[in-house]
Design a protein around this ligand. Structure first.
Ligand code: GLU
Length: 414
């Protein structure tokens, strides 16, 4: 069987949604493709004096709701199809979150772990200079993604400011606080996930005080999700990172685990815990499962063995379409990535708003606004879930596509 690219998956999901909502075929056709994909070849002088040419992309899928928005990833496995798919998913993510932004994504084929700080800085600046004609606070607003963060955003911003002779903090989000970042951006995805968890638990009758939670992945999303679920009173009984997992039915103090990981570079060996594999973690007896690591973790092979009542997709694409069907039949609620992990881009939106008005909010204001936004997004999805009698993924898609299509129609695009 030919392997499906992420782009094939994105189109398949759109096709499925189009059928449910009886989408006009012409609009459907338009939504399958990005509006523009820019490929750039970036020559960089490496520390050894040799020139190496890197390939980068910026895909802009749809800006009916507002400027394109989405991260830039640095990874050896980046492909044009992947970046295109991710830009499509960003359109749906922004739309389902109810924010006035469209979908974009960027990527550079590189291995940042093998590059010096100087090489990375030169590559980041040159990439942004190369795409600077199509980005801007009112055009397309990049942000961090895999292997990028505040440091890269600061270089992007500085390069854009120099080229355009001014100060344009709204051209990127996920910036350090000192240069226009927003309070609460770093933990936003995990925080947003916990609000979605609270709303889903209410619908399913899960009492947080008695709920056992397992979290796969201990990066930004996994660690903050675990922390906020613990804050809500849940018992976090299992955690994992790429090297393996730890299990303790009595529950962990996530802060202590974080300190251990910072010191030892891994979770394995944490005192008093049983060591388990990443696969075992998914099949544990628990109420809430949070896959917050990689794609394709819950598949046709293990979906039937899952015991959780509620799955919250912290990662992008952790559940395959085949597994979705099995879980739906079993009555397990899977809250999809485009809704569950939309907290990151939502606080990016808040950052952009603060940049444009040049007035900055306190931490409490950010958290309160994020709570409102995620709660509304969950409720709109849940309403579509009951109306169309589909799974939560398709319900979120229907909400997202409907809003984008309405904007396209009003603008006379279709
Ligand atoms: N890269 C993150 C995402 O995929 C954040 C994007 C953003 O903040 O624009 O949701």
């Amino acid at each position: 069987m030919v392997e499906r690219t992420p782009y094939d998956m994105a189109v398949e999901q759109l096709d499925k949604c189009a059928k449910i909502m009886k989408l006009d075929p012409n609009t459907h056709e338009m939504l399958k493709y990005p509006k523009r994909v820019l490929s750039v070849f970036i020559p960089i002088k490496m520390d050894n004096g040799k020139i190496k040419v890197f390939k980068g992309f910026r895909s802009q899928h749809n800006d009916a709701l507002g400027p394109f928005k989405g991260g830039v990833r640095y990874h050896p496995g980046v492909t044009i199809e992947e970046v295109m798919a991710l830009s499509i998913w960003m359109t749906w993510k922004c739309s389902v979150a109810g924010i006035p932004l469209g979908g974009g994504k960027g990527g550079i084929i590189c291995n940042p772990k093998e590059m010096s700080a100087g090489e990375l800085e030169r590559l980041s600046r040159e990439y942004f200079a190369a795409i600077s004609g199509i980005v801007g606070p009112e055009k397309d607003v990049p942000a961090p993604d895999v292997n990028t963060g505040g440091k890269e955003m600061a270089w992007f911003l500085d390069e854009f400011n120099k080229l355009n002779r001014g100060n344009f903090p709204g051209v990127v989000t996920g910036k350090p606080l000192e240069i226009g970042g927003s309070k609460g951006r770093a933990e936003a995805t995990g925080r947003g996930l916990s609000f979605v968890a609270r709303e889903a638990a209410k619908k399913l009758g899960i009492d947080f005080k008695k709920a056992d939670v397992a979290v796969q992945g201990f990066g930004n999303v996994g660690s903050y999700s675990a922390k906020f679920m613990e804050e809500f009173g849940c018992k976090v009984i299992a955690l994992s990172d790429s090297k393996g997992g730890i299990y303790n039915p009595k529950g962990f103090h996530v802060d202590d685990v974080e300190k251990y990981k910072a010191k030892n570079g891994q979770l394995a060996g944490y005192p008093g815990a049983k060591e388990i594999s990443n696969e075992d973690l998914l099949e544990l007896k628990c109420d809430i499962l949070i896959p917050a690591a990689l794609e394709n973790q819950i598949t046709a092979k293990n979906a039937d063995k899952i015991k959780a009542k509620l799955i919250l997709e912290g990662a992008n694409g952790p559940t395959t379409p085949e597994a979705d069907e099995i879980l739906f039949k079993k009555g397990v609620m899977v809250v999809p990535d485009i809704l569950t992990n939309a907290g990151g881009v939502s606080v990016s939106y808040f950052e952009w708003v603060q940049n444009l008005q040049n007035y900055y909010w306190c931490y409490e204001e950010v958290v309160q606004k994020l709570d409102r936004l995620m709660t509304d997004a969950f409720n709109a999805t849940y309403a579509a879930y009951t109306k169309y009698k589909v799974d939560m993924r398709m319900a979120a898609y229907v909400c997202a596509v409907e809003r984008v299509v309405n904007a396209m129609r009003l603008k006379g695009w279709c």
